[in-house]
Design a binder for this molecule. Structure first.
Ligand code: FES
Length: 84
């Protein structure tokens, strides 16, 4: 599966993982690493920050590893459409 990451606003990126699209905050909650350059594991549905390698669950936003920094703001793309 090919993962596509696009910057959709100053604050958000869109991750397209096959049938699933997820909107994620563009900056890591640790020290602002740019997650559009992160590493995505589509099987595990995780993204790893390029700076200090915090890993986050793309379904819940929960931090799974790395320097403690709280969770990531995530939502499925359909939620964004319903808000407009
Ligand atoms: S900025 Fe992302 S882990 Fe440090």
């Amino acid at each position: 599966m090919t993962v596509v990451i696009r910057q959709v606003s100053e604050d958000d990126i869109l991750l397209e993982l096959g049938d699933t699209s997820v909107i994620v905050q563009s900056r890591c909650p640790h020290r602002g690493g740019r997650l559009r350059f992160g590493v995505v594991n589509e099987r595990r549905m995780t993204i790893t920050c390029p700076l200090h390698h915090s890993t986050f669950d793309l379904r819940s936003g929960n931090q799974l590893s790395g320097p403690p920094c709280g969770s990531l703001r995530v939502r499925v793309a359909e939620d964004l459409t319903q808000q407009e």
